[in-house]
Design a binder for this molecule. Structure first.
Ligand code: ADP
Ligand code: MG
Length: 232
C-alpha cells in the first residue's frame, strides 16, 4: 500500500510538472510572438530589427532551457548556482517583456542598484521574476505603470514589483502560490506556484501587499551576498 501511495504521489507530481512545462513555455512564446508582430507590423531601423531578432533567438533558447529545467525537477541534478547581479537581471527582464508591456499600454519603469547581488540559478531567478512581472502587466487591462526595482535594505537584497492594476482580496492573496488558482480565461494558475517555489528554494521570502482596484506590490527579499574578489 505504501509503495502504491508513493507511486501515485510521483504521478501527481509528474502531472503538475508537465502542466507547468506547458505553462512556462508560453512565456517565451508570448515574447516571441510580440517581437515578430512588431517586426512585421512596425517600420523599424535596421538596428532595432537586429536586436529584436536576437531577442527572438534568446527566447527560443529560453524555451529549451525551461524544458530541461523542468525535466531536471523530475530527476534532480545540481543547479548551476552563481553570484547574480540583480540589476542586470532586472534589465534582462525589461528587455524580454518590453514588447508584451507595450502591446498592453503598460509602461515598464526600472530602478536598480548595481551592487545588489544574490546567489542562485540565473535561469530560475529569471523565470520567477518573469512570472510575477507578467502577472502585474496582465493586471492592468487599461494600461498603467509596472515598476521593477532592486535595492539593499537590512542586509537583504530586495526586489519590488509594483503595479497599478486590479489588485487582490485577502482570500486571493492567500491562494497565490497554490496550483491552479487563476482568475484568467486562459490562465493555468501555475505561474505563481513556480515563482514561489523557486524563490523559497533560493532562501528568499515573498510578501504581497494589495488593494482591490488600486494595485499590488510584491516584495521579494534574498540574503545579500558580498562580491568576492574575481578570479583572474
Ligand atoms: P495565471 O496568471 O495563469 O492566472 P498565476 O499563478 O500566475 O496564474 O496567477 C494566479 C492568479 O493570481 C491570477 O489569475 C490573478 O488572479 C492573481 N494575481 C497574480 N498576480 C496578480 C497581480 N499582480 N494583480 C492582481 N492579481 C494577481
Ligand atoms: Mg501568471
Amino acid at each position: 500500500l505504501r509503495k502504491e501511495m508513493i507511486e501515485s504521489e510521483k504521478l501527481r507530481v509528474a502531472s503538475v510538472i508537465s502542466a507547468s512545462v506547458a505553462h512556462e513555455i508560453r512565456n517565451p512564446l508570448t515574447a516571441l510572438r510580440g517581437f515578430i508582430q512588431l517586426l512585421s507590423t512596425t517600420p523599424l531601423s535596421d538596428e532595432k530589427k537586429k536586436r529584436y531578432g536576437e531577442i527572438c533567438l534568446e527566447e527560443l533558447d529560453r524555451a529549451q532551457q525551461i524544458i530541461s529545467d523542468y525535466l531536471s525537477l523530475a530527476r534532480p541534478h545540481p543547479e548551476y548556482v552563481e553570484i547574480l547581479e540583480v540589476g542586470q537581471e532586472i534589465k534582462y527582464i525589461e528587455s524580454i517583456l518590453s514588447s508584451y508591456a507595450l502591446l498592453r499600454g503598460v509602461q515598464l519603469q526600472i530602478e536598480t542598484k548595481h551592487e545588489a547581488n544574490i546567489e542562485g540559478d540565473r535561469q530560475k531567478l529569471r523565470q520567477a521574476l518573469i512570472n510575477i512581472v507578467k502577472n502585474g502587466i496582465e493586471a492592468m487591462e487599461q494600461g498603467g505603470v509596472l515598476e521593477l526595482k532592486s535595492q539593499i535594505r537590512d542586509n537583504k537584497t530586495i526586489i519590488t514589483v509594483t503595479d497599478t492594476g486590479v489588485g487582490m482580496t485577502v482570500e486571493e492573496i492567500n491562494r497565490l502560490g497554490t496550483p491552479y488558482f487563476s482568475n484568467k480565461d486562459k490562465g493555468t494558475g501555475l505561474g505563481t506556484m513556480v515563482s514561489f517555489s523557486i524563490i523559497k528554494n533560493m532562501s528568499g521570502s515573498i510578501a504581497v501587499d494589495s488593494q482591490k482596484g488600486k494595485g499590488t506590490v510584491f516584495t521579494i527579499a534574498f540574503p545579500f551576498v558580498k562580491l568576492v574578489e574575481k578570479m583572474s
